[in-house]
Write a protein that binds this ligand. Sequence first.
Ligand code: FAQ
Length: 330
Amino acid sequence: MYAQEVKSTGQGIKSLEEMEPDERAFQEKINADIKIEPKEWMPEGYRKTLVRQISQHAHSEIVGQLPEGNWISRAPTLDRKAILLAKVQDEAGHGLYLYCAAETLGVSRDQMTEQLLSGKAKYSSIFNYPTLSWADIGAIGWLVDGAAIMNQVPLQRCSYGPYSRAMIRVCKEESFHQRQGYDIMMKLCAGTIEQKEMAQDALNRWWQPSLMMFGPPDGDSVHSAQSMAWGIKQNTNDELRQKFVDETVPQAEYIGLTAPDPDLIWNDEKKGYDFGELNWDEFYEVLKGNGPCNKERLGARQKAWTDGEWFRDGLMAHAKKREARKMAAE
Ligand code: FAQ
């Protein structure tokens, strides 16, 4: 089965024969496409991998509100403002489903928040870039949500039930987000020369960071082999990146934009595009906290946490009072 196939690539994945009975029964369930549910036995590594990935994903949705939130008050029309507001609210909702999914694995919301605010937890590299013009809002919807969908559609088949179910709803909403972004780009490209230039400039700046959302190249991906053996990931980082390039380049061409990559060329043999090497040094710098907006993003989340203290205190005081009344009545 799959676990054995991965082992043959020399990435240290146990075969079914090498597993203890509990682990073997668990792996057989995964191989048979049966979902794992919260209270069932699971290897500690599986639980930890899911907590890591789901909490990073949740943090990405929450931090991901900031670059676009920056433009809500500056959207060019009332319609665009209403659409953007709804989209940003959706991202908050995605964060909440995902925190709930992670909580089913025994980690609390407070622990996850603490890890984000202390800088210990990661969130997607893409949200550490600035939104300089209205076209950036189009580029985010089109490229960032487009990449998110490419990554999340296979996650709908993830072996862990709560994550898989959260992804089904999230993907439906991301699809609307992607379309509204592409619609902004289409309008700009059909507008004045300056508007089209603004769209091209946004594509130039967001192209590489969007491709980096899929994670490091397969040779440098620490978790892919085990995550695929466990049915958490269905594809490698490079497979999804390739799919994204193949789908997105024709979309750019359709509206008269050019992907900023001199090495981009259709390869008829592989029925896909060849594309240039990405700037992985930049990617790792962003992951280390040295991207253009890392400090600003974390600072905004820390401020929101501090500013919300009175509200959390109020809720707790109310809950405690209600509990005391209930006890007195018993
Ligand atoms: N940014 O071994 P791998 C969205 C880390 S949602 C930062 O390949 P894995 C919606 C990785 O964590 C976007 N860190 O890791 C939206 C690991 O570090 P660790 C978020 C990254 O987990 C749109 C190390 O590098 N989506 O955009 C990144 O097997 C608009 C080694 O990497 C998800 O989170 C990165 N790009 O594969 C919201 C989807 N890539 O933990 C608002 C779920 C890698 O050992 C507005 N996640 N790293 O310290 C996944 O599918 C996977 O976790 C990958 C990475 C594919 C991201």
